[in-house]
Write a protein that binds this ligand. Structure first.
Ligand code: PHE
Ligand code: ZN
Length: 861
């Protein structure tokens, strides 16, 4: 078998085998230099399977210098070494291997393993990056106690960091320094981390509920220290919250967070040494929006919560990724909910499911939250594993209640602390702690796809009885033809005049009925409150009924959700009536009321006043009518801005004095004001002064960016000059400049192609930096549907050429950007031809990465 076919191999969950060997201790020494780093790994092995005679270690892009078996140097004839593995025969039950390898961190543009960027060394080992550092059993069910010695130039790299506690620090001859770390907790190698560089350090302390003092240390780029203070406070809030809500306390004496500008993902939960994308640490009122602040708090929480759900209890294999990610997303969502507007947080989480996750279910990459087969693990850090995974945990929480869920959590941690386990272990703990049969519920882990829940109403006048017939059906997905009924916790509320009755109905079968007695003919059931199950609800509610819910429901989520359904009706009518359609008076009345008397939750008010975005509209169609959606959205915005111009301006003015800080009230005021501004900006003449004034007097980035977005959205001529001003002001701050790149890439006119070409030459743009690449091209592909889906194919070609260039540099980032091309079948036949042609260009490219290959080949299959 050639190396190529070997590396294109698909791995299956069904083939899982426990490891033949364990590694009890791992002692690493790094002699760091950007062009040539020497790694010495001293590994103490113990045989687990008495029948195993061969040891196979994973390794990639390593130069093997020497292997010692116990104290004896092995001859090359005593082992086999290829591009993927180091293999040797072993007969002892206990033995030591000393492996010396050489790697080149500065050539590592994939940012997996040990890399050198922006003057510092940094590692990223999840999922399978550790094998790029040394030969190892690179799998999460091999837990080892790590010690790490780092030797580097003392002046260039004043901070030499790794997991656990620092146990030695001394200067060596020749200007070198040696630091040694020990992590007392056994861990899989994906949680290993090393960072070396020069940083600004911000410190604080946290006292746990049992009275232990934890040193908190944030390492950020020099000059940026103040921008880490919000994250530092957020970390303390996370620590407190996890103690109070989950009874979980931090376990090491120090907690370190390093912020780096070159990072493939959001952040990484390495034991005691989190590495963050700087975008999720560094915020200030001047440079970051309210959304940025929100994301920092939630991701700081997320990585912290992993210490128990991920690190202390980890995954047996990567098919179990949702064990730690679904659960930890659930935990961070609950944390965010307790910190800010609960309703709006829920709305945003639901939008992710209904757009990105439902789209993934309908795509060639469809998979259950526990994938059954994987070629490139990096492709499975998905909205399905993360966000649908969190919805599955949330359903357990709904079924068991907070107390039952917490009892299950305690049992889970008590049983499995220090182990590498499966999703099944988690469900079993929930089941045992509650004596609640979850056998049918388990299907959520293995079954992919978006369940459809159809509801039919019938009212019996004589009996005064309302019967709901509920039918569930999950359409086949690319990965799985047959589907079974699922357990659906359905929260409902019956609105009947003054009376309102709420409850939880647990649906188990394909078809069931729900009967309400002694209700009037106009009683309205609101189903799936708070999106209690991740399904597509299909109902026949009329516009009048939906508007009744939107006006009157006590639950804010239900109001928003009813309006979403209205928007889908109106979009269909717009398409049918060929543009002659006018939004109903009743909507303007509702909006006028919201503008004149906003709800106490102003962020929610702003959400209610929003026309759904392109992605939300698109997801309701099996085949997406791109042009109609764009035309309809523009028409809807214009109608609202015309009918309500006075109320919009008044509401805008009433909420223009928000405090600069990030707090719930101020965030809500800004959201509401800027929603008004977005509509007002459609009247180019009247709004010019308003836009310029807000831009120049803004107290923070939220208000500034809102002006740029509104003027972009409305194609207001002031956009160009303000963008110029913005560029001059923020030339030196790459994170702010990323916002500017993204705005340019979302420009809805054909000019965007020249602009993007010019921006690729910008001194701050770099193909090596994922944040920069995403700022331009993710924004283009996801936030510029008009230009991306052009009928001359120019948009698809821009993305394709970008991917061909990017794939050899950073396959992980390339494979994420390809997503919108995979769903070619969702478009009309003209576009289908163009997209498939683009996909073929990718597939025909020599040496395309596994990351891209897996997705593109599935899409073309
Ligand atoms: N485990 C990280 C998280 O969700 C995500 C991640 C995966 C980061 C792979 C880097 C590489 O918190
Ligand atoms: Zn995570």
């Amino acid at each position: 078998m050639s190396a190529d076919t070997n590396s294109r191999q698909v791995k299956r969950l069904a083939d899982y085998q426990a490891p033949d060997f364990f590694i009890e201790t791992t002692d690493l020494t790094f002699e760091l230099a950007a062009d040539k780093t020497l790694v010495t790994a001293v590994l103490q092995f113990r045989r687990a399977n008495p029948n195993a005679l061969e040891l196979r270690l994973d390794g990639q892009q390593l130069l093997l210098l020497a292997v010692h078996y116990n104290e004896r140097l092995l001859q090359p004839s005593e082992y086999q070494c290829d591009a993927q593995q180091l293999r040797l025969s072993v007969t002892d039950d206990d033995f030591k291997l000393t492996i010396k390898t050489e790697i080149c961190p500065q050539a590592n543009t994939a940012l997996e393993g040990l890399y050198f960027a922006n003057g510092s060394f940094c590692t990223q080992c999840e999922a399978e990056g550790f094998r790029r550092i040394t030969y190892y059993l690179d799998r999460p069910d091999v837990l080892s106690v790590f010690s790490t010695t780092i030797i580097a130039d003392a002046n260039q790299y004043p901070y030499l960091l790794s997991n656990g506690n620092k146990v030695a620090d001394r200067l060596l001859a020749g200007g070198q320094r040696l630091v040694r770390w020990q992590d007392p907790f056994p861990k899989p190698c994906y949680l290993f981390a090393l960072v070396a560089g020069d940083f600004e350090l911000r410190q604080d302390q946290y006292t746990t509920k049992s009275g232990r003092v934890v040193e908190l240390a944030f390492y950020v780029e020099k000059g940026q220290g103040n921008k880490a203070l919000f994250a530092l406070e957020a970390l303390k809030r996370s620590m407190r919250w996890d103690e109070e809500r989950f009874g979980l306390e931090y376990d090491l004496d120090t907690y370190m967070v390093v912020a780096v500008d070159f990072f493939n993902m959001g952040a990484m939960e390495n034991k005691g040494l989190n590495v963050f994308n700087s975008k999720y640490v560094l915020v200030s009122n001047n440079t970051a929006t309210d959304t940025d602040f929100f994301n920092v708090e939630s991701i700081i929480g997320h990585e912290y919560f992993h210490n128990w759900t991920g690190n202390r209890v980890t995954c047996r294999d990567w098919f179990q990724l949702s064990l730690k990610e679904g659960l930890t997303v659930f935990r961070d969502q609950e944390f965010s909910r307790d910190m800010g507007s609960a309703t709006v947080n829920r709305i945003h989480a639901v939008q992710v499911i209904r757009t990105a996750q439902f789209a993934e279910d309908a795509s060639p990459m469809a998979h259950p939250i526990q994938p059954q087969q994987v070629m490139e693990m990096n492709n499975f850090y998905t909205v399905t594993v993360y966000d649908k995974g969190a919805e599955v945990i949330r359903m357990l929480h709904t079924l068991l209640g907070e107390d039952g869920f917490q009892a299950g959590m305690r049992l889970y941690v008590q049983r499995h602390d220090g182990q590498a386990v499966t999703c099944e272990h988690f469900v079993q703990a929930m089941q045992d702690a509650n004596h609640y049969d979850l056998s049918a519920f388990r299907r959520w882990y293995q079954q992919s796809g978006t369940p459809e829940l159809r509801v039919q109403r019938s009212y019996d006048v004589h009996k005064q009885q309302l019967t709901l017939t509920l039918r569930q059906h999950t359409p086949a997905t690319a990965d799985q033809a047959t589907k079974l009924p699922l357990v659906l916790p359905i929260r409902y509320q019956l609105v009947d005049g003054e009376r309102s009755e709420s409850g939880l109905f647990v649906m188990q079968l394909q078809e069931e009925s729900l009967v309400f007695t002694d209700v009037s003919a106009t009683a309205l059931p609101v189903l799936l409150e708070d999106f209690s199950a991740p399904v597509r609800l299909l109902h026949d509610y009329s516009e009048q009924e939906l508007l009744r819910i939107a006006k009157a429901a006590s639950n804010g989520f239900a109001r928003w959700d009813a309006l979403q359904s209205c928007w889908m009706l109106w979009l269909q009518q717009y398409i049918q009536q060929g543009g002659a359609f006018h939004l109903p008076e009743a909507l303007f009345e509702l909006y006028a009321t919201l503008l004149n008397q906003p709800l106490p939750d102003k962020s929610l008010t702003a959400e209610l006043l929003k026309v759904p975005d392109y992605g939300t509209f698109a997801e309701s169609f099996p085949q997406i009518p791109v042009d109609s959606i764009l035309a309809a959205s523009a028409a809807f915005r214009l109608q609202i801005s015309e009918h309500l111009s006075k109320a919009l301006l008044q509401c805008y003015q009433q909420h223009s004095q928000a405090a600069a800080e990030y707090n719930e009230e101020a965030v809500g005021q800004r959201a509401l004001k800027n929603r008004c501004l977005d509509y007002l900006s459609m009247h180019h003449g009247d709004s010019q002064t308003l836009l310029e004034q807000q831009y120049h007097t803004a107290s923070g980035m939220t208000d500034k960016l809102a002006v740029l977005k509104a003027s972009l959205h409305s194609e207001h001529p002031v956009f160009e000059s303000l963008m110029q001003h913005f560029a001059n002001e923020w030339q030196q701050d790459v994170l702010v400049l990323d916002k500017w790149f993204s705005l340019h890439a979302a420009n809805p006119t054909e000019q965007v192609f020249d602009t993007i070409a010019a921006l690729c030459q910008h001194p701050k743009f770099s193909w090596q930096n994922p944040n920069r690449v995403r700022a331009l091209f993710h924004a283009f592909a996801m936030q510029n549907p008009g230009q991306f889906h052009r009928l001359d194919g120019r948009g698809y070609q821009l993305l394709t050429q970008t991917l061909l260039l990017l794939d050899p540099i950073n396959p992980q980032v390339a494979a994420r950007l390809v997503t919108p091309l995979l769903s070619w079948h969702r478009y009309d036949s003209e576009r289908q031809i163009l997209i498939k042609q683009a996909l073929r260009q990718l597939l025909e490219k020599d040496g395309i990465s596994n990351d891209l290959y897996e997705k593109v080949s599935k899409a073309l299959a």
